[in-house]
Design a protein around this ligand. Sequence first.
Ligand code: N2P
Length: 344
Amino acid sequence: MKKTTLLLSALAAFALPATTHAAPNKNLNIYCWSEYIPQAVIDRFAKETGTKVTVENYASNEEMLSKLAAGGGAYDIIQPSEYVMEALVKEKFLHPIDRAKIPNLKNIAPQFLNLAFDPGNKFSVPFMAGTVGIVVNTDLIKTEIRGFNDVFKPENKGNIVVLDDAREIVAWALLANGMGVNQITDKNLNKIKPTLEKWLPLVKVYDSDSPKTALLNGDVAVGVVWGGEGAILLNKNKKFRWIIPAEGSHMFIDSLAIPKAAKNVESAEEFMNFILRPEISKEISEEFPYLNPNLAARALMTKKELENPASFPTDEEMKKMQIFRDIGTQASEIEEIVTTLKAQ
Ligand code: N2P
């Protein structure tokens, strides 16, 4: 949220007569991805449960981790992706979830439960899943784009937006060199460096918060973006096309978890159960159309929403998707490689 908006809402709250709202007696501090949890959902939870909710955003798993590592913030809920959840589980950073408090977990499709990053879902509740793919503005690009190798071509120089995310960018280069997204060894990193050296100077915009914006404005003609962002573009204009890269792709699963140091565990569990309600989860999908793992919510969604190819990959596409694993200390290495190459 912009500072001015914050200030305005603080002032507005101040201006309300004290009698109109019972003072919230519960607190919940959420640290989550930007453009992922609609404000209306937060507001409804706050009102319904009498909870004072604060929300802070991050644009990458690594940004969240560095803040947590620096001891920053006192969060009750965080929203890591699978590979970071795996690390946090290993490091015993998380508070176990009381499943009895989250009966709505029954709404989640079995394929998103009990995954390698958290067997038995002892610490994590799936929020949303998705993939990363290519969006092409077909008014501006007339040649066929099938995969990363077609995007990162000299003729597209200065016309490309990509996610500002080292793990993502390295995964695409691995795939383009015929390797799996988790095959991150020093040897393989050396092998893919020439690819990154070729690709990154072609990029105009790095944006993980809202990569759709550069495409919508016509600042760029092609992008490698989150599925939910692609889905919004497809809904906005028929000139946008979605492509799952021919070289391969991955599926992310972003879940909610409670840090051990959380002060408001009950509110955190209450919120987890709340977002898993079919109608709330559907509302989240309406604003941020990712791959919703909630079957009860999907039952409420329109055919158009369910058929958006950027939200819901086909079964065939899903079968081929890889899932990121924790790569330990190699994470800082890839961060360094990408940062250095971006600066050139
Ligand atoms: C939401 C970003 C999607 C998260 N803005 C990808 N893991």
